[in-house]
Design a protein around this ligand. Structure first.
Ligand code: ZN
Length: 98
């Protein structure tokens, strides 16, 4: 019994040490992520919804088809635009179709 207890203790200590360094690593990764996110925010303009012009944190891109002019000729064109919601994407599509 005594021998077993003596053998267990060093093993426990090793596990604790490993956990600590893992925690340390995770904390560091979080810090690195936060730092790069903050840097992106200062350099990037927020994307605005093509329908309501509100800044969108996570825009969804939809291909909008519309009739454009290629010189003097009417032509069906398409454009990928950011939207805040599917609803606004379909509103924009409907308004372009006239
Ligand atoms: Zn919108």
């Amino acid at each position: 019994m005594c021998d077993l207890a003596r053998d267990m203790n060093p093993a426990m200590r090793v596990v604790e040490k490993r956990n600590f360094s893992l925690m340390h690593l995770v904390t560091r990764v979080h810090w690195e992520n936060n730092r790069s996110n903050a840097m992106n925010q200062t350099t990037q303009q927020p994307v605005k919804c093509a329908r309501c012009y509100q800044p969108v944190e996570k825009p969804i891109y939809r291909t909008i088809q519309f009739i454009g002019f290629d010189g003097m000729r009417k032509r069906s064109m398409r454009e990928s635009l950011p939207f805040c919601s599917d609803e606004h994407a379909s509103h924009e599509q409907m308004s372009r179709e006239g």
